[in-house]
Write a protein that binds this ligand. Structure first.
Ligand SMILES: [Zn+2]
Length: 169
């Protein structure tokens, strides 16, 4: 925690769908992490995996937006969700690829692609090349890494796209 913070950008990176995806500082992440419970910390901050068929969002069929549990960045739309049978919520594409960080993961003797929130670095799950058309990608998520916001419900303050302007003040 004593490492110098390397991020202090004055021109935030804005994704195509209008969100500030410039990485949060360690202090901002630590601040947000105070609201997490033990299981959420284990998954989001320490790259854990929740047990299959235990997550609360697997069978969620409602319309809305899945956002990062930690920083609120929108990650997946309900229309990109599909039933993969794996026991984890699965999507065939993110809301915006700029909202996801793709990291090669060689743990457990396998080569996989880990996915993290591009803004806060929170661990989300993995992406595999065996999904349905049109992308053939399967984003395999931990339920605890996300919050679900029903269509029509206001987005949490931390989610909103005007974060960039608040930061300048
Ligand atoms: Zn995040």
């Amino acid at each position: 925690m004593n490492q110098p913070t390397q991020i202090s950008t004055t021109s935030p990176t804005i994704s195509a769908v209008g969100y500030d995806v410039s990485p949060l500082s360690e202090e901002e992440v630590a601040d947000l992490a105070q609201s997490l419970n033990e299981e959420e910390r284990r998954v989001l901050l320490n790259h854990g995996t929740e047990p299959a068929f235990c997550g609360n969002l697997i069978d969620n069929k409602k319309e809305g937006t899945y956002v990062c549990r930690l920083c609120g960045l929108p990650l997946f739309a309900s229309k990109a969700k599909f039933e993969s049978g794996t026991g984890w919520p699965s999507f065939f594409q993110p809301i915006d690829r700029a909202h996801i960080a793709f990291i090669e993961d060689h743990s457990h003797g396998m080569t996989r692609t880990e996915i993290r929130c591009a803004r806060c670095g929170g661990h989300l799950g993995h992406v595999f090349p065996d999904g349905p058309p049109p992308t053939r990608e399967r984003y395999c998520l931990n339920s605890v890494s996300m919050d679900f916001i029903d269509t029509g419900q206001p987005l949490p303050r931390k989610t909103r796209a005007d974060r960039a302007s608040e930061r300048v003040r």
